[in-house]
Write a protein that binds this ligand. Structure first.
Ligand code: CA
Length: 229
């Protein structure tokens, strides 16, 4: 299921969009400005972003330009939402590497057709399905974790934790950041629960020697790294 990030400050338009997306079977997240959108992108890379041109704070077009310059976000497909009066600015948008435009007001049919077209065009170059760090492989489609021919068996929590760490290697995360990112939104767990699951994760990785990847950073939290401490 493709995940769409909606960046739009007008609530009415956002609601119209979410209704269409749900109907068409897309998952979505919402942001009212560029800063909020950036935070959501850091948490989880969407498959496509619907970006309003006129936003409070950083404008949609400047935000798009910044994302296209950054190697981490360069490939994120962007559809700009523009008002009629902004159409003459489309040339700017093309320079910024925008994938498509939709002029407001738009129909639900047009919106989902444009999204599907951009996803089709951009999907093959999209997210790598298999992550690999130090010989440890994680298949994001099948949720299988393997080392060579050996398949390791994970509980859902340990899998989510490992997946988050493998998608964000070399960075240190505090316990509360790990809770925010690797646990479901509605779960209320204490920070020391993270330690318990890190221990279990290491145990699961121990037979292949990959437990050394999961490193404790004293006073800060944990990181996944191939470098030795
Ligand atoms: Ca707006």
């Amino acid at each position: 299921m493709s995940k769409i990030l909606i960046v739009e400050d007008e609530e009415v338009i956002r609601q119209l969009i979410t209704v269409s997306l749900v109907k068409s079977g897309f998952e979505y997240r919402e942001a009212g400005n560029a800063a909020e959108a950036r935070r959501l992108i850091e948490e989880e890379m969407p498959d496509l972003m619907l970006l309003d041109w006129m936003l409070p704070g950083l404008s949609g077009i400047d935000f798009a330009r910044a994302l296209k310059k950054n190697p981490d976000t360069r490939k994120l497909p962007i559809i700009m939402l523009t008002a009629r009066s902004e159409e003459r600015n489309k040339v700017d948008g093309l320079d910024a590497g925008i994938d498509d435009y939709i002029t407001k007001p738009f129909s639900q049919v047009e919106l989902t057709a444009r999204i599907r077209a951009v996803l089709r065009r951009t999907a093959p170059a999209g997210i790598p399905q298999t992550l690999e760090i130090g010989g440890l492989q994680l298949d994001q489609n099948t949720h299988r974790v393997t080392v060579g021919n050996l398949e390791l068996s994970f509980t859902p929590t340990e899998y989510r934790l490992l997946h988050f760490l493998m998608t964000h290697p070399e960075r240190v995360y505090s316990r509360s950041q790990l809770l925010d990112n690797a646990w479901p939104n509605d779960s209320f767990v204490e920070e020391r629960t993270v330690d318990v699951h890190i221990r279990r994760l290491r145990k699961l990785l121990e037979p292949s020697g990959h437990d050394r990847l999961v490193q404790t950073v004293r006073g800060a939290g944990y990181r996944l790294s191939t470098r030795t401490r």
